[in-house]
Design a protein around this ligand. Structure first.
Ligand code: AMP
Ligand code: MG
Ligand code: MG
Ligand code: MG
Ligand code: MG
Length: 307
């Protein structure tokens, strides 16, 4: 173990452990079969898996880090009793073997905001596209995404015999772990975007990148996994529908491996406690050539995305 681990590494280590617990909770909800679907808004669902996973993550991290701000996607009753077996107080030892990057060593409780998407890709979850689902725990320091966990509960679900699920974590300045880095094919352009929250502008922005292939899948977390594993070149989402909890962990992990996630003006997201939850400038994420993709976006689309 790194001696006297920093606050950021302790939060990250706890987040990896708690994501394993949340992932079990999510799989159990599906096994039991009653998803308890609630419609929060237009094209915006919540299930018992979203609710239970958030209870687990927020209550566990709050117990460990009572003075750190934690925001979860789901609006739940803060007074409700959390089942004992939802509380995970362990630390992942693997994370603690790594040394905290110098720029994060003096981080204080009040500098940190944790953004939790207990289940990213809910629409796809309810439709059986299980590998689109991820659990996202993003750690921001002074408004910047710096570290995160993207846990995929059903990784390998169509490959019986292989271990089910995986946890990818990373820190900017340290790197990202839990997956195999690949670079995308050099002679074509593959773009990923939403499959369940698309509209004319979303499609027009994708087409403006002149893709040879378009991969429409669920989840901001899942799409960033496609990027870091070299399956796609860019994630293009000209919409105001993604929120801070969708992008914080993916942005940190993508930047930890040298990629880039910004809005449609090329600006990194702000994750301070007082920001509006929506990423109203849209989302553009790439493993390389970020400027080239930004340059493909027509002016009227850029203008439609907030600055
Ligand atoms: P998608 O690529 O459609 O899976 O979207 C990525 C994340 O942003 C998911 O958590 C979605 O629920 C969320 N999201 C995107 N667009 C919308 C929208 N119009 N309304 C609600 N949530 C959205
Ligand atoms: Mg989400
Ligand atoms: Mg969610
Ligand atoms: Mg949602
Ligand atoms: Mg999307």
């Amino acid at each position: 173990m790194a001696s006297n681990p920093s606050l950021v590494m302790r939060i990250l280590s706890a987040s990896v452990a708690v994501s394993n617990r949340a992932s079990n909770i999510i799989r159990n909800v599906l096994t039991k079969g009653d998803l308890g679907i609630v419609e929060k808004g237009k094209n915006d669902l919540q299930t018992e898996a979203d609710r239970s996973a958030q209870r687990c993550i927020v209550a566990s991290l709050h117990k460990q880090f009572p003075n750190v701000a934690i925001f979860g996607e789901e609006q739940l009753d803060p007074q409700e009793t959390i089942p004992k077996d939802f509380i995970e107080l362990n630390f992942d030892e693997e994370v603690l073997k790594h040394t905290c990057p110098e720029y994060l060593k003096d981080t204080k409780d009040e500098d940190v905001v944790i953004w939790v998407d207990p289940l990213d890709g809910t629409a796809e979850f309810t439709q059986g596209f299980l590998d689109h689902v991820t659990v996202l725990i993003g750690i921001s320091v002074k408004g910047n995404a710096v570290a995160g966990v993207v846990h995929q509960p059903w990784f390998n679900f169509e490959k019986p015999g292989l271990p089910l699920g995986r946890c990818i974590w990373g820190v900017i300045g340290l790197g990202a772990f839990g997956f195999e880095r690949e670079t995308p094919p050099p002679n074509k352009v593959i773009v990923t975007t939403s499959r369940s929250h698309s509209d004319r502008m979303v499609t027009e922005a994708v087409e403006a990148c002149n893709p040879d292939e378009v991969v429409r899948v669920g989840g901001a977390g899942h799409k960033v996994l496609l990027l870091i594993e070299g399956k796609v070149h860019a994630y293009v989402f000209a919409s105001k529908g993604c929120k801070k909890w969708d992008t914080c962990a993916p942005e940190a992990i993508l930047h930890a491996v040298g990629g880039t996630l910004t809005d449609f003006h090329g600006i990194r997201m702000n994750y301070s406690a007082d920001v509006q939850r929506k990423n109203t400038g849209g989302v553009l994420a790439t493993v390389a050539d970020h400027g080239k993709f930004l340059g493909c976006i027509p002016e009227h689309i850029r203008d439609a995305m907030d600055k």
